[in-house]
Design a protein around this ligand. Structure first.
Ligand code: ATP
Length: 463
């Protein structure tokens, strides 16, 4: 199966099984926006909860916030977003690099003029990037658009040039502008982090790679404030932590690629940027990134707002602007990577009961992120009362547990495999006497006979 075939199947599976739907589909949809269905939302929440538990509530040196999507427009002026995003842009349909249309025109004109044509050395690295596409040959450029990647909206009842702001394109600024508030109310000392998970909006020029590049998405990120001079070692620390989180969730090491940004490609605020790319079925692309933002943001906001955003270092008795190490993660991209990672299709099915079908899909989600943890089946409807009691007890304990009494047990297994349920329990006629049930493991298909009274202990901390 080619990457493109696999990807098409994944998109169809996600809709069929209630994970991901195109937004406003009955009206023909809206480009680059998706909704999470009943199973998708559980997967999403499990991932966010694990992230929060690990990086916020599980640590002493990180506190969370939930800052608003709408902020004073001055935030975006000070951060450089308003200016930086408002040029006429063209975007390459193949590699998604965006360029200022005026610069493209100028560079292309120079490259085709007799004088410079043959001399590649006359072009800077940025200009060379305009002339060649990393995906092969020349860029395939969209029409130029006066393009502000931020969604503009007006605030209040009168609409004029002073009444508008933007939907945030990143969560980071909400943490920088709250730096002083958090410092005063949480009494944290350097090094410490502010974390949040929140919706961001970018009016992307090109979409079409499903959840990978959308116009509304969630970012989970930490602004980790450190003493200047300690930033490089903390960068290494977060690089390891970030990777370990991805691995623990079920991303396999072979599909992760560390990408160090060359100095010439760093953003204006960054001293060092490293991405973890993921080998998606449609190519290797950025999943998550880490940037050393230095003291750029705090200084910019201090200058623009006139407020003192420095940290008083009790050890030296001096005020300093902390440096910031920023690990950032697009939750939707991670969901997509985990779906790609977990998807397996087997022709003919795995067990006798399943041979009647052409293929079986098994989602090998890690138990901690699987939307449904356990499914409970009575062997026949006659046994439903006892099976339902087990189901209700487990649901109280473990949350998302399903009950299913329709069709053969083989079919019921298959339905659960398709949504990645790690364990299925069958209550049969023997259960009436021995007070045991069969617990079947999704991946090994091994069946254990477990006492009903010991089920909670058996599942323990698997979820
Ligand atoms: P790209 O180069 O792919 O456009 P970026 O470098 O602009 O991404 P950042 O500004 O670093 O991305 O955003 C932080 C994270 O948010 C990224 O690592 C990615 O996981 C996610 N992200 C960014 N843009 C999008 C988008 N349009 N759709 C989904 N996730 C996104």
């Amino acid at each position: 199966m080619t990457g493109a075939d696999k990807f098409q199947k994944i998109v169809a599976w996600a809709k069929r099984k209630g994970f991901i739907y195109p937004s406003s589909e009955i009206y023909g949809g809206i480009g680059g926006v998706y909704d999470f269905g009943p199973y998708g939302v559980e997967l999403l929440r499990n991932i966010k909860n694990l992230w929060w538990g690990r990086f916020v509530s599980g640590r002493d040196d990180v506190v969370g916030i939930d800052s608003s999507v709408l902020m004073n427009r001055k935030v975006w002026q000070a951060s450089g977003h308003e200016k930086g995003f408002s040029d006429p842009l063209v975007e390459c349909k193949k590699c998604h690099q965006r360029f200022r249309a005026d610069i493209v025109d100028e560079v292309i004109a120079r490259a085709s003029s007799g004088e410079e044509k043959s001399d590649w050395e006359n072009f800077s690295e940025e200009e060379k990037a305009i002339l060649r596409c990393p995906k092969g040959d020349k860029h395939e450029l969209t029409q130029a658009k006066q393009f502000n990647l931020m969604f503009k909206t007006s605030v209040g009842s009168t609409e004029n040039s002073d009444s508008y702001t933007y939907f945030r394109p990143e969560t980071a600024q909400g943490m920088f502008v709250n730096f002083k508030n958090v410092l005063e109310t949480s009494r944290q000392k350097l090094p410490f982090g502010i974390a949040q998970i929140g919706k961001c909006f970018r009016n992307e020029i090109t979409t079409g790679e499903y959840l990978f590049r959308v116009r509304e998405f969630e970012i989970a990120e930490i602004e980790y404030f450190v003493k200047p001079g300690k930033d490089e070692e903390w960068f290494e620390y977060w690089l390891k932590e970030w990777k370990q989180f991805l691995l623990d969730l079920g991303i396999s090491e072979k599909n992760l690629v560390e990408h160090e940004h060359p100095k010439s490609e760093l953003s204006h605020y960054s001293k060092r940027t490293v991405d973890y790319n993921y080998k998606f079925p449609f190519g290797e692309k950025e999943l998550t990134g880490l940037a050393n933002r230095t003291d750029f943001d705090l200084k910019s906001h201090a200058k623009a707002s006139g407020k003192d955003l420095q940290y008083f270092d009790q050890e030296t008795g001096k005020k300093i602007y902390p440096y910031v190490v920023e690990p950032t993660l697009g939750i939707g991209r991670l969901v997509l990577a985990l779906i790609c990672e977990s998807y397996e299709e087997i022709k003919g099915g795995r067990s006798k009961a399943e041979t009647e079908t052409e293929k079986e899909v098994i989602m090998h989600f890690n138990s901690k992120i699987a939307p449904v943890k356990i499914a409970v089946f009575p062997l026949t409807k006659k046994l439903k009362s006892s099976a339902k009691t087990i189901y209700r007890n487990l649901k109280k304990e473990f949350g998302f547990v399903e009950y299913d009494e329709t069709g053969s047990v083989g079919r019921r297994y298959r339905r659960q495999d398709e949504i990645g349920t790690p364990y299925c329990i069958t209550y049969d006629f023997d259960s009436e006497n021995d007070k045991k049930v069969t617990v079947r493991n999704r991946d090994t298909m091994k069946q254990d006979r477990i006492k009903i009274a010991e089920l909670k202990k058996y599942f323990g901390d698997k979820f």
